[in-house]
Design a protein. Structure first.
Ligand SMILES: [Zn+2]
Length: 130
């Protein structure tokens, strides 16, 4: 990662730590909110419509939490790469990841070319095929 200065890496590392704290807080808050809903089942016993809305909200917060946890995992992976000295190197082709790309997305593990390729092959993975 010779194309990145120690200073640049430290700045990105700090940003990722800050983002991590923010995400952990969000996950924690959301979990508390869900826990409150679970603890008051009577509040959920409206008509069927209310119930399904409540369930939808819970599903949504689970989805959001899933995304947050996914991002936390990516941040951790990026921090490990910094510690190992492989940060800023594309994990697919071994090339340097553009520093502007890292500025925009510090957790990026691939260069733009490989990321585009990766998204092409993985984009429809979670969508059921017709
Ligand atoms: Zn690459």
């Amino acid at each position: 990662m010779e194309h990145l200065s120690k200073e640049q890496i430290r700045t990105l590392e700090e940003r990722m730590h800050a983002r991590k704290r923010q995400l952990l807080e969000e996950v924690h808050e959301r979990r508390e909110r869900t826990a409150v809903e679970d603890a008051e089942p009577n509040a959920m016993l409206g008509d069927a419509g209310d119930e399904s809305v409540a369930r939808m909200i819970t599903d949504l917060s689970i989805q959001e939490t899933g995304r947050d946890i996914e991002e936390l995992r990516e941040i951790d992976a990026a921090l490990v790469r910094i510690a190992e000295g492989s940060y800023g190197v594309c994990e697919s082709c071994g090339g340097e990841i553009d520093e502007r790309r890292l500025e925009a997305q510090p957790i990026a593990a691939r260069c733009i070319t490989c990321q585009a390729q990766w998204e092409k092959t993985h984009a429809h993975k979670s969508t059921p095929t017709l």
